[in-house]
Write a protein that binds this ligand. Structure first.
Ligand code: AMP
Ligand code: GLY
Length: 425
């Protein structure tokens, strides 16, 4: 098979890395990809939002299957266009991807289908939003309605902060058009976990559980990031809780979307808060998570191409997906300044040495080849991922590999997986 992966981050590198292990793969392409993938795939200079360019390439090269990493092409309708042209695609239609693209849609959808989530209201004008803040009181979570690259969420501890956030999002348009509406949501308390599934629209196959680390500093301090690391499984997310999430959160979403004329095919990612009152949805994503994918796919034993084929042909029900009982830990190495303005163009050394260690894979996220050398080109630069028999071993392997890698201004969290280690004893 000839497979095209769309995207350029660590998530896409992990997808390419796993797909390359399949005996079914004859050629692997990534658009635009990154230098880490060059051993496994050909990278193409086509942007992820250039749907015409991607269609043209897929048709010309006879691509058998396309996998979309990021949400943006999905919300532009790439899956609809590819399917109309008879091209097989892993990812939901534009209508189904609304579940991620519009928080207002997603919240009202959850209400209609009685899916547990924080109580929320949607506002089109700042004045009424501010009135609600005064009525409801703090803490409140203020969210821009549309996609804001994970940055359009403010957890306001008091009313003044909530009002400032509304002003920033709605009047000063800090996130552009994404902020013409806001969602004001009650704050949930508990531990956050990620639950991803494969679905062909009928059958649901859960992936192993994982947990992201969103804040930039150890012990969840400092500003939010795109994700500073992840581990799998998440011991706090017991099998009983997973069954409950499938029953109360995932199944109703897939069935509800189908009933509303938006059948869902692809990967659904539920971001959950495990509250004292049961699991509740923070958000749905219409795609794989980053860096969750790095720890999930390093535990997948089944051929990913087999899963994707079954997904596109509606035959997931016949498939047994096997996962490794080992654990996986991914430590993100970030550039100086990240998540605010960060440096780029710093030379990176030590990746080969890091990768020569047992159980280690280094996924590139923000790298670039310059004069034959590898340099930093993004805020999140690398995802150093290690599997081990338990969290202690996986952490030791990951941090030993991290210690081999150098670039100026490099920083990472030192506590990835510690919470899981404490829990699993
Ligand atoms: P979202 O994009 O909606 O997932 O929000 C981004 C992050 O903000 C989440 O991963 C949570 O850490 C936090 N968050 C969002 N909504 C809530 C909420 N209702 N209560 C507490 N934290 C929240
Ligand atoms: N790890 C968070 C996300 O992919 O949205």
């Amino acid at each position: 098979m000839r497979i095209l992966v769309i995207g350029s981050g660590g998530r896409e590198h992990a997808l390419v890395w796993k797909l390359a292990q399949s005996p079914k793969v004859e050629a692997l392409y990534c658009a635009p990809g990154n230098p880490g993938m060059l051993r496994q795939a050909r990278c193409l200079p086509i942007k992820t939002d250039d749907i015409d360019g991607l269609m043209h390439f897929a048709t010309r090269k006879g691509i058998d299957l396309t996998v979309v990493g990021p949400e943006q092409p999905l919300t532009l309708g790439i899956a609809d266009r590819f399917r109309e042209a008879g091209l097989r695609m892993i990812g939901p239609s534009k209508a189904a991807a609304e579940i991620e693209a519009s928080k207002a849609f997603s919240k009202s959808f959850m209400d209609r289908h009685r899916i547990p989530t924080a109580r929320a209201q949607v506002f089109d004008e700042p004045e009424s939003a501010i009135r609600y803040v005064k009525e409801r009181g703090a803490p409140l979570v203020v969210k821009a309605d549309g996609l804001a690259a994970g940055k359009g969420v403010v957890i306001a501890q008091n009313e003044a902060e909530a009002v400032r956030a509304i002003d920033l999002i709605m009047r000063r348009k800090a996130f552009g058009a994404a902020g013409s509406r806001v969602v004001l949501e009650d704050r949930l308390e508990g531990e956050e976990v990620s639950f991803l599934i494969f679905t062909d629209g009928k059958t649901i196959i859960p992936m192993v559980t994982s947990q992201d680390h969103k804040r930039v500093f150890d012990q969840d301090q400092g500003p939010n990031t795109g994700g500073m690391g992840a581990y799998s499984p998440a011991p706090v997310f017991t099998e009983e809780l997973q069954r409950r999430v499938l029953r109360e959160i995932v199944r109703p979403a897939i069935d509800g979307l189908a009933r509303e004329g938006r059948p869902y095919q692809g990967i659904l990612y539920a971001g959950l808060m495990l509250t004292s009152d049961g699991p509740k949805v923070l958000e749905y994503n219409a795609r794989f998570g980053d860096p969750e994918t790095q720890v999930i796919l390093t535990r997948l034993e089944t051929d990913l191409v087999e899963i994707f084929e079954a997904l596109t042909t509606g035959t997931l029900d016949g498939l047994q997906v096997r996962w490794s009982p080992k654990v996986s830990v991914c430590v993100v190495l970030a550039a100086k300044g990240y998540p605010a303005t960060y440096e780029t163009g710093r030379f990176i050394t030590g990746i080969d040495e890091a990768e020569s260690k047992n159980g280690v894979a280094v996924f590139h996220a923000g790298t670039f080849l310059h004069d034959g050398g590898l340099v930093t080109a993004g805020g999140r630069v690398l995802g150093v991922t290690a599997v081990g028999d338990d969290f202690q071993q996986a952490r030791e392997r990951a941090y030993d590999a991290v210690s081999r890698i150098r670039f100026e201004g490099m920083h990472c969290r030192m506590d990835i997986g510690l919470k899981a280690m404490a829990r699993s004893g």
